[in-house]
Each structure stands twice: as C-alpha cells, then as structure tokens.
Design a protein around this ligand. Structure first.
Ligand code: BTN
Length: 228
C-alpha cells in the first residue's frame, strides 16, 4: 500500500471498530512529519496505523506520547540493554539514533495514529536511523507487532477509562525515559520561528516547557537537541 495512514484516512471508518489496525511490511509513500517521507523497504520495518476515538478529546494530544511510550517499552523488551528513550513528541531513540517515528492525524473526533518501527537496517534510511537487528534482536515481524499492540492497548485502555491517567502515569513514564527533559534544545516552531532553551518539564496536556528568559509552552515543534 502507499501508506497505512492514508489508507485509514481514505477508508469508510464509520463502519470500523475502534482500534482497527492497518499494518504493512512496506509502503510506497510512507508519510513522515512536516511533509517528509518515511522509508519502509519490504520487510524492514513495521508500519502500523490505528483508528482511535478518544473519550476525552481535550486530552488527545497525549496519544503520540502514549505510542512513543509503547514503542519504547517494546524496544526494551526485545533489546533489554538498549536504553531506548523518547524524544518529544514523536520519536524513539537508541544511542541518539531514531528507531521509530509517529505521525498522528486528527479527523474530527477520530485520530489516525501511525507508527513506523525499524526492524532491519535499510539502504535508503538516513545514518541517524537504527533498527532492532542492530541491537541483537532477531524477533519476527509478528512478534514485535504483537508486543507493540499489547503495550499500546494496555495504556489506551487506562486512558479511555480515565484520561487523567495520562497526566499522572504516562507523564511519569515520559519523565523517566526522556531524551528531551533536561536538554538544551532549539525548538523549530510550525510558523518558522525558533526558541532556544532548557527543557524543564511537560505540562498537563503533554506540551513541552522550555525555559529561556521566560517559560515557553510548546505544543508542536521539531526539536533539535544541543550538546549540554
Ligand atoms: C516521522 O518520524 O516523521 C513520523 C513517521 C511516521 C511513519 C509511520 S509508518 C506508518 C504510518 N503510515 C505512514 O504513512 N506514516 C506513519
């Protein structure tokens, strides 16, 4: 298929139950953030998109971090020594290289939550990418997919019964495994402006708090980590 996200966007979603999953072993036009492409050569990564209908729509901003936390736990499960970290808002890194990226799209009250997770190193991937096989993991596509779905469903079930769970437990999970907290960063904002400062925390909506002369609350940005 071209893209699991696009397939789900085009689909007759009204007829589909929540947590319907579109999965591909390759995509011809995988979408990344900010109009970038996402490379997924045959069999080398999992491309997954989930259909979500969050009960607390005001807190749907947490879904990307929820998936990032689920991917991080999955990577740790298969590569216990790898120390995977979440780079706010949508990447999972191992040794500062990207093993997974997440792309969420709100469609009215629904959210299409897409994630790519690298299983094998790919020819067309940038040097800043890494895959599970480079971490000594030879688990199959299905094994990794099953673990990722299990991790995500457990978190999503808690969120659906009480969205405040995200503000407490999910935020705590992010703080414990964050590549971004405590880092000096440049945040490239969607309008083209930039903010440089120290990341002090996330707030109750999962926004990033960056301290410079004042505290900036960032809901969307491309984050560049500077050497501390
Ligand atoms: C990024 O890091 O820029 C986000 C990458 C998201 C890639 C996934 S793969 C499954 C889903 N379908 C897509 O076309 N994109 C997302």
């Amino acid at each position: 298929m071209d893209s699991t996200n696009l397939m789900l966007e085009r689909a007759d979603r009204g007829a589909m139950p929540e947590l319907t999953a579109f999965v591909a072993a390759s995509q011809t036009a995988g979408q990344g953030r900010l109009g970038r492409t996402w490379v997924s050569e045959p069999g080398s990564s999992i491309s997954l998109s989930l259909l979500l209908r969050p009960n607390d729509r005001a807190r749907k901003g947490w879904l990307t971090l929820m998936m990032a936390a689920s991917v991080r736990a999955t990577v740790e499960q298969f590569a216990p020594e790898s120390k995977p970290l979440i780079k706010w808002p949508n990447d999972v890194l191992v040794v500062e290289r990207k093993i997974s990226g997440i792309l969420a799209k709100a469609l009215g009250d629904e959210v299409v939550l897409g994630v790519g997770l690298n299983l094998k190193s790919q020819q067309g991937a940038p040097e800043t990418a890494i895959a599970l096989d480079e971490l000594g993991c030879d688990a199959s596509f299905d094994e990794v997919l099953f673990e990722l779905l299990t991790q995500f469903r457990a978190r999503y079930a808690k969120f659906q019964s009480d969205a405040h769970w995200a503000v407490s437990d999910l935020a705590a999970e992010f703080r414990e495994h964050s590549a971004t907290l405590g880092s000096n960063v440049i945040a490239m904002l969607p309008g083209g402006s930039q903010i440089q400062g120290l990341v002090s925390d996330i707030d109750a909506d999962g926004n990033l708090l960056i301290e410079s002369d004042v505290i900036h609350t960032i809901s969307a940005a491309d984050i560049i980590h500077l050497r501390n």
